[in-house]
Design a protein around this ligand. Structure first.
Ligand SMILES: [Fe+2]
Length: 319
């Protein structure tokens, strides 16, 4: 039923600090109802909302579906006796339709389900030369300068810490119709995608002793744009974390930068895309010992830092 990851809303302890970070990343902010809302270049859709809070944590996650999907989710809530959430508090910060579904997942993370289409993206072709192939760029210098446009194209996925990966896999597949793409370990990491055509994962779940956001992930137009965006953030004083590299599960190139509160933003390019009718077999990789870290990447310029899977955003509302 869930068709797309629509928007991520976060509480942050300092709105201006958050605005500076995400603006430097290349998102375009505007003020709305006591919050900052951000959009991606060429995409007519709110993708990120920052709300003043005591600490950084997920406020809610907005997923989109169609009307049929919305009704099926409502049926599932009735069948499984899941009570909807009253968005009285959240309505101070966003416009909510009476048709929207608000509910909490088994961790207590708040979800908003809306009927919406994903806004179209403007994509530009990348002109790459391959020796021995037909040259696509002749008599033109290829290396882009740092002024070239390197802003994210869309919010691709989030990775959430949870004390019980399998309880959430069950919830998101059974109640919201998402699909399991791959796993690392039987209970350590799971990658879920939307129903229909979807990136390899729009929601990933990692085992922790508490709920939290590990990273939000932002799609770039090509490898140069990904690295230029990372370079811009590093040059501005934000902390580099890990990259460049290529993941195994999802296959995407990645570069992780720490946000001002120790959490992560991933810049990515070239993720696996799974069609609604693609034949896809779930792989379960080994997570024992060093295998967990080894299965995070196919190659990278360095090993993942020791604190890569540390939960910097432990929250206390586990139900
Ligand atoms: Fe990711």
């Amino acid at each position: 039923m869930i068709k797309s990851l629509h928007c991520l809303s976060l509480y942050v302890p300092n709105l201006e600090v958050g605005k500076d970070f995400y603006s430097c990343m290349g998102l375009t902010p505007h003020s709305e109802k006591q919050s900052y809302v951000f959009r991606c270049e060429g995409k007519n859709q709110d993708q990120l909302r920052l709300i003043q809070g005591k600490k950084k944590e997920i406020a809610w996650v907005t997923w989109s579906t169609n009307l049929e999907g919305l009704n099926r989710i409502k049926d599932n809530l009735r069948t499984h006796q899941i009570k909807p959430h009253d968005p009285k508090h959240e309505s101070q910060f966003c416009t909510s339709s009476p048709n929207d579904i608000w509910l909490r997942d088994p961790d207590g993370t708040l979800l908003q389900i809306i009927v919406a289409n994903t806004a179209e993206q403007i994509r530009t072709a990348v002109k790459l030369n391959h020796p021995g192939d037909v040259f696509k760029r002749v008599g033109i210098r290829g290396a882009p300068n740092r002024q070239v446009d390197s802003r994210p194209r869309k919010l691709g996925h989030i990775l959430k810490f949870t004390p019980d990966v399998n309880r959430l896999v069950d919830f998101y597949t059974t109640i919201l119709g998402m699909k399991l793409s791959d796993r690392i370990g039987e209970k350590e990491l799971a990658f879920l995608r939307c129903s229909g055509d979807s990136d390899h994962h729009t929601l990933a779940l990692a085992l922790s002793d508490a709920v939290g956001l590990h990273h939000s992930s932002w799609e770039m137009g090509n490898l140069d744009q990904m690295q230029l965006c990372a370079q811009r953030l590093i040059d501005a004083g934000y902390q580099d974390c890990w990259g460049v590299g290529r993941h195994i599960y999802g296959s995407n190139y990645f570069h992780y930068i720490r946000d001002p509160w120790g959490g992560l933003c991933e810049l990515f390019w070239d993720i696996d895309f799974i069609g609604e009718h693609s034949e896809w077999t779930v792989e379960v990789a080994d997570a024992h010992g060093s295998s967990l870290h080894e299965n995070l990447f196919q190659w990278a310029t360095s090993l993942p830092p020791d604190d890569f899977l540390r939960n910097f955003e432990k929250v206390s509302h586990v139900t």
